[in-house]
Design a protein around this ligand. Structure first.
Ligand code: COA
Length: 260
């Protein structure tokens, strides 16, 4: 499938989705959100794809936010719908995928850009990355999960300050905050991210999907993460991957997971 605003490439079981509107710093317009939904859905449905990496094209930006030109004249109802639709189609959708998603933050990740990076399961960043939720400088608040995911990742006080000041932090501060897991040069960002994806690929994809579900449950309203862990733990015992993983250990050989 070809996209207008994205590039999607798969190599050795790793799909890289690149948001490709560099002239607009990869700002997320409605069409891009729709295409991202399709691209993530397609990659997640393909059992041969073990890891998805999302990044931005060009040298400056991961994503500089939602496309401001699209919503500047919206009403209250349209604003609410914009957030609800975006969360359902992209941000919650990505957070709940069973295939691991890594955001490789290669420049500005602002507003919806940082929200997309935070919806991914974890993040790497290049040294030139700058992150923030500047929405209050536009008279609005983060609407794609930012008020929830930022405090989960960095703590309430830091999230309050970052959102209230509409400020930006650099990659090293993001690393110190735990917002990103690794920082490297721009040239090495994709190699580093792919190296992490390769490590993930060696493990059972069905167990990883269970781990994602259990970890996510701890952050969901009305769900009990410990209960979900028990359910998912039990579920693993019925998988071919569990059989292979334990047999391989006992036979002192490398596991060759069937992925089911
Ligand atoms: N929505 C729509 N267009 C955007 C955008 C966004 N969020 N972010 C950048 N762009 C566009 C600019 O309008 C400009 O388009 P133009 O060349 O047609 O005028 C182009 O991308 C380049 O941006 P520019 O502002 O010229 O780059 P810069 O290097 O001077 O500044 C930023 C970079 C990221 C600091 C600045 O673009 C910015 O503040 N963007 C908005 C960030 C934001 O508030 N995001 C949250 C949205 S809810």
């Amino acid at each position: 499938m070809s996209y207008k605003n994205l590039l999607s490439e798969t190599q050795n079981g790793i799909t890289t989705i690149t948001i490709n509107r560099p002239a607009k710093l990869n700002a997320l317009n409605r069409e891009t959100i729709k295409e991202l939904h399709e691209a993530f859905k397609k990659a997640d449905a393909d059992k041969k794809i073990k890891v998805i990496i999302v990044t931005g094209s060009g040298e400056k930006a991961f994503v500089a936010g939602a496309d401001i030109s699209e919503f500047s004249d919206f009403s209250v109802a349209q604003g609410e719908q914009l957030a609800a639709e975006g969360q359902a189609k992209l941000f919650d959708f990505v957070a709940h995928l069973s295939t691991p998603v890594i955001a490789a933050v290669n420049g500005f990740a602002l507003g919806g850009g940082l929200e997309l990076a935070m919806a991914a399961h974890f993040r790497t960043a290049s040294e030139n990355a700058k992150m923030g939720l500047p929405e209050v400088s536009l008279g609005v608040i983060p609407g794609y999960g930012g008020t929830q995911r930022l405090p989960h990742l960095v703590g309430k006080g830091r999230a309050m300050e970052l959102i209230m000041t509409a400020g930006m932090i650099d990659a090293h501060q993001a690393l110190q905050y735990g917002l990103v897991n690794h920082v490297t040069s721009r040239e090495e960002l994709m190699d580093l991210t792919i190296a992490i994806a390769e490590k993930i690929k060696r493990n059972s994809s069905v167990a990883i999907a269970s781990a994602i579900a259990a970890i996510n449950a701890g952050y969901e309203d009305g769900e009990n993460g410990f209960d979900e862990e028990i359910t998912q733990f039990g579920k693993c015992f019925g998988t071919a991957d569990f059989h292979e993983g334990t047999q391989a250990f006992l036979e002192k050989r490398k596991a060759n997971f069937p992925g089911k």
